[in-house]
Design a protein around this ligand. Structure first.
Ligand code: NAP
Length: 446
């Protein structure tokens, strides 16, 4: 018997799951990867920063998986909207949802929705050419930008904003974003951590890179990185402190921009001008306390007001409920046990929708492996779908979605994007409109 599996999404968790499934001995498995957009790779295409092309090289392995004779890719398939779970269950023994965490978490402070205050997720999706976010506008004319949070997404945004024209022009950032950032009046970007340097969520290679930018001086206050951590630091944390303390000793070299990393400060409110545009941020200084094994920020009552013209709230992604599956709103995940969706036979999850938005791309390999283990262990007991024939599944998808994008279609678009970028010394010029993705495959200006 052939086990027919649908994987929903085509980001890292989806591709790692498909790859694990292709490497199972003793089971005859075929996989259909169903992606909402006409292009694959999810957060690798739309989340990984444009100046981090090395990280994107993981797609080489994903492309091999997609080319496997027992794997099919269909883009432009919106599961939950155009295709229902019940439709899929007519054709597949198991459905693995790897849909990621598509929205942002909120700060819950006054002024959060003022003009000029944006979720980081939107800015990242915009500069990376996500078709759903090309209508977004960001007023980059001001001098001061605050990025709330000190995770790797905050680092990405701060770094991209501080890159020089030459640096950004050699990436696959959209032309609209490149022009806007280059025309911007930005002089200072400040990342704000509510806890201390030892608790910062960014990883060491990412923060180290902030000290190597040709176009921006790194600014760290010595007093904000001087205290010893409340719990003994592991090697990685000790290294992080060393990097930050070295930054604190540097004298500014007079580079065009300044990139500041602040610690123990929490935004309390955003303050707007008469037009409703953000102009300042009131921040509370915190001290750190160890409570129930966790280091927490405790307000000191000392408040400072920072002038800001633009705010990016980079405090983590949040999952979005999937039609017909249970959902835990608080964690933004589908309740599951080792990838098995609770109470739903034949339904599984992998990646951020399973465990929450944490870890690097590679983390999804082990995560997807656990889910695939569960699928394969359950295989003998999974009900046989009424119409398991691959042609029947294809007919259902075609009837529901109209135009499907196959892997060969994507390869043509991929080649066209790369060809458009080559004479410009860019990895690719991304097509950013769904209509263009579905059309000729020729990249057009955003
Ligand atoms: P993250 O790593 O979870 O960081 C979120 C940051 O927001 C933390 O500094 C957190 O501080 C802070 N925060 C949360 N709530 C806050 C609040 N109410 N007020 C102030 N600060 C608040 O999330 P992320 O940066 O979105 O990254 C998501 C995942 O993608 C991470 O695993 C990250 O490593 C990964 N990623 C990796 C790369 C890379 O490898 N280059 C690039 C981008 C993203 P607390 O710690 O105090 O909660």
């Amino acid at each position: 018997m052939t086990l027919r599996i649908a994987v929903i999404g085509s980001g890292p968790a989806a591709f790692f799951a498909a790859d694990h499934l292709m490497h199972r001995d003793g089971l005859d498995i075929t996989v259909d990867i169903l992606e909402r957009l006409p292009v694959p790779y999810g957060l690798v295409r739309f989340g990984v920063a444009p100046d981090h092309q090395k990280i994107k090289s993981v797609i080489k392995g994903f492309a091999k998986t997609a080319a496997h004779e027992r794997v099919r890719f269909f883009g432009n398939v919106d599961v939950g909207r155009t295709v229902k779970l019940a439709d899929l269950q007519r054709h597949y023994h198991a459905v693995i949802f790897a849909t990621g965490a598509q929205t942002d978490r909120h700060l819950g402070i006054p002024g959060e929705d003022l003009m000029g205050s944006h979720p980081a997720t939107e800015f990242v999706a915009w500069y990376n050419g996500h078709p759903d976010f090309q209508h977004c506008t960001f007023d980059l004319s001001g001098k001061r930008v605050a990025v709330v949070g000190v995770g790797n997404v905050a680092v990405d945004i701060a770094r991209v904003l501080c890159r020089t024209q030459a640096e950004l022009a050699a990436t696959d950032i959209t032309d609209a974003a490149l022009e806007a950032i280059m025309a911007s009046g930005i002089e200072e970007v400040a990342m704000l951590g509510r806890r201390g340097p030892a608790e910062a969520a960014f990883t060491n290679p990412e923060v180290r890179e902030l000290g190597e930018l040709p176009g921006a001086d790194i600014i760290v206050r010595a007093d904000e990185v001087a205290d010893e951590p409340l719990t003994p630091p592991d090697r990685t944390t000790a290294k992080k402190l060393e990097i930050l303390r070295e930054f604190a000793q540097r004298a500014p070299e007079g580079k065009p921009k300044r990139l500041a990393i602040r610690f123990c400060v929490s935004p309390e409110a955003l303050i707007g001008d008469e037009t409703g545009h953000v102009r300042a941020m009131r921040v509370m200084r915190n001290r750190l306390e160890l409570k129930a094994g966790r280091i927490v920020a405790v307000p000191t009552g000392q408040v400072e007001e920072m002038p800001v013209d633009l705010v990016f709230r980079s405090v983590g992604y949040h999952g979005v409920a999937i039609a017909d599956l249970p959902f835990d709103e608080r964690s933004g995940t589908v309740p599951n046990h080792k990838g098995r969706v609770k109470g739903m036979v034949g339904c599984y999850v992998a990646g951020w929708i399973k465990r929450g938005p944490s870890g690097v791309i590679g983390t999804n390999k082990a995560d997807a492996s656990e889910t695939v283990e569960a699928v394969c262990a359950d295989a003998p007991t999974l009900p046989t779908p009424p119409a398991p024939d691959p042609a029947a599944a294809l007919a259902t998808l075609q009837a529901a979605c109209g135009q499907l994008v196959t892997w060969q279609d994507w390869e043509r678009l991929d080649a066209a994007e790369i060809a458009a970028g080559s004479p410009l010394g860019r990895p690719r010029v991304k097509v950013v409109r769904v209509a263009d993705m579905l059309g000729s495959g020729a990249p057009s200006a955003p």
